[in-house]
Design a protein around this ligand. Structure first.
Ligand code: HEC
Ligand code: HEC
Ligand code: HEC
Length: 504
């Protein structure tokens, strides 16, 4: 081969390898299953001539009235706190030009172009139109699906909505990318039932301070319930896919839920199942960096929340959110009243077994040092491997030890995190561990981007299960030991879920 050809082949190989290991969690939004509700009819609001002129005048007036640098600055901050970009910007598209797919069982829907382009974006929105879209999910074209988190944004204050409008109209660059039609077939695509859904399931009013609570609590509660829409992932949903609770006054609020194949953990201060063993500062560190060494790192959907939203927020605001989270009624893993550390009803001498303190450094892999290589030829591909290595040892050594260390302790600063005392290996839910291994981790941070490769294409199903068992025994709860020869329930359970995990 000539040099240029060789280069081309090499480049193609590198590109292929990159593709194979690229973290593959793709933002896709929550799977809102609206089959029943979406199957009824559509609402079209039509305008007539005079109204249209009047409307155009109002748009102009509202834009002029909000062209204020301080207001725009406040709006930019609220856009971060509300994570608008995470859903309205795709990897290859212009900022806020929409097009991100949200899966539903009957077809994908897509986020819209919210740049101030007058043809394809929202350049013709008055402040009132904007307010209705954010708080009620209502637009001139009909009702939005709650993949747009209007049930939480209903909490936004008039002041913050005006600021968002100012930021949106005056600093977002207009872009003429047309909206993608939903792939939901007629008649399931009809939007008017969403009006009923909103009346039934979106009860929140704009935020008002509670005079009995501190300023910090009030600020935190507003940010968590409203712009932060934390409950859209961390609270279980009911049959119509409504969040079962939207404030601390309803049962189950932020008690943990599944989202896009990940476990969004319990955020209440329960000592065992929640964040009871965290300090407020721990929460601030996690939300500003995504990495709380010795406890938890953020992957998948939470990595996006950190990358695009919380890491841009002020420490004061993050602290206020922590104060609010720590004040929530504690919920145990059954979603019932739990035992909050801050109740004082808690034995500090003997910490409870939580997902944050499982496992210990492993010495099994270190003990293999200097062993001869196996020369047997058998079906298990043991040839060339250390004689006493179990399949788990081999997989761990081959794929993980280079970064996470032979003992699983990671690197001293925690850039490559410890795999014991890690909420993903220590959780009773296997989902996040499988997701991390298969899809890797990608997160933006202030210093450098965080990257763990995806192992989806490098592990067979059997290897994945062996590796997960190894990790569980060494660094996790270690309660579910399985042997290769005797497939048991857990093996079967893991195996049953693999197609979903590989699919996500
Ligand atoms: C969790 C994802 C998500 C977040 C966060 C989000 N949106 Fe949306 N938004 C959507 C989706 C999806 C749609 C389209 C829904 C539909 O077609 O029914 C939408 C629709 C809209 C619309 C209606 C647009 C039109 O074409 O008429 C506006 C306006 C809007 N979003 C503004 C915002 C703003 C401003 C923010 C931040 C304050 C935001 N969104 C945050 C997902 C999101
Ligand atoms: C798009 C879905 C989504 C949203 C929105 C979201 N989270 Fe999360 N969150 C997750 C997932 C999934 C995890 C688990 C991540 C992992 O294991 O790597 C998580 C983990 C966490 C953790 C670590 C818990 C642990 O035990 O390891 C904290 C703290 C947290 N989220 C707080 C928040 C707060 C506060 C908000 C609102 C500002 C929020 N989250 C919004 C999905 C979400
Ligand atoms: C190239 C280096 C590298 C390799 C190889 C690697 N990791 Fe990671 N791993 C990382 C980085 C970087 C992070 C993210 C740290 C952070 O979030 O700040 C991470 C995070 C994790 C987490 C925590 C994720 C979360 O969401 O909480 C687990 C669990 C994990 N890795 C397991 C594994 C396993 C199992 C293997 C082998 C199959 C492996 N890693 C291979 C670099 C690596």
């Amino acid at each position: 081969m000539k040099q240029p050809e060789r280069n081309a082949v090499r480049n193609a190989n590198i590109a292929r390898q990159r593709r194979d290991i690229r973290p593959r969690y793709q933002r896709r939004g929550s799977a809102i299953r609206l089959v029943i509700l979406a199957s009824m009819g559509t609402l079209l609001i039509s305008g007539c001539g005079d109204d249209a002129d009047e409307h155009a005048r109002q748009v102009k007036a509202d834009k002029a009235a909000t062209n204020d640098p301080a207001l725009i600055k406040q709006g930019r901050y609220m856009a971060r706190a509300s994570d608008c970009s995470s859903c309205h910007t795709t990897e290859d598209g212009a900022d806020y030009a929409g097009g991100l797919a949200f899966a539903t069982p009957v077809g994908d829907i897509f986020s819209t172009n919210i740049t101030p382009d007058t043809e394809h974006g929202i350049g013709n929105y008055t402040l009132d139109d904007y307010t209705r879209a954010l708080r009620e999910g209502q637009t001139a074209d009909g009702h939005l699906y709650p993949a747009m988190p209007f049930p939480s944004f209903a909490r936004l204050t008039d002041d913050d909505i005006e600021a968002l409008y100012a930021w949106n109209m005056h600093t977002v660059v207009p872009d003429s990318t047309p909206n993608r039609a939903s792939e939901i077939p007629f008649p399931l695509d009809m939007r008017w039932p969403m009006w009923l859904w909103e009346k039934l399931f979106s009860p929140l009013e704009p935020w008002q301070d509670n005079a009995e609570k501190s300023d910090e609590w009030n600020r935190g509660a507003y940010l968590v319930q409203g712009p932060g829409h934390c409950s859209s992932c961390h609270t279980e949903r009911g049959l119509a896919l409504q969040e079962k609770a939207q404030t601390q006054d309803d049962d189950g609020y932020l008690g943990g839920a599944m989202i896009e194949g990940w476990r969004a953990f319990n955020l209440t201060p329960d000592a065992k199942s929640g964040l009871g063993s965290w300090s407020e500062e721990n929460i601030v560190t996690y939300l500003s960096t995504g990495n709380l060494p010795g406890r938890a790192q953020a992957g998948g959907p939470m990595a996006d929340v950190i990358s695009y939203s919380t890491r841009h927020m002020s420490d004061d605001d993050l602290h206020a959110m922590a104060v609010y989270l720590m004040s929530l009624p504690a919920l145990n893993s059954q979603g019932e009243a739990g035992d909050a550390v801050n109740d004082g009803d808690h034995d500090v001498e003997k910490p409870l077994a939580t997902r944050f303190n499982q496992g210990a450094p492993a010495d099994d892999v270190l003990a293999l040092r200097g062993q001869p290589l196996d020369t047997r030829s058998d079906d298990n591909n043991l040839v060339g491997q250390l004689t006493d290595a179990t399949p788990g040892d081999r997989l761990y050594l081959g794929h993980c030890a280079a970064c996470h260390g032979a003992s699983g302790g990671g690197t001293p600063g925690g850039d490559y995190p410890s795999l014991f005392h890690n909420s993903v290996t220590g959780s009773v839910h296997a989902d996040n561990l499988a997701q991390v291994i298969l899809n890797g981790v990608e997160r933006e941070s202030d210093e450098h981007n965080v990257f763990m490769p995806a192992f989806d294409r490098r592990l067979t199903d059997d290897e994945l299960i062996n590796l997960m068992d190894y990790l569980d025994n060494r660094f996790g709860r270690g309660q579910q030991k399985v042997s290769l020869e005797e497939p048991d329930n857990r093996r079967q359970q893991l195996s049953d879920k693999i197609p979903d995990w590989r699919d996500e």
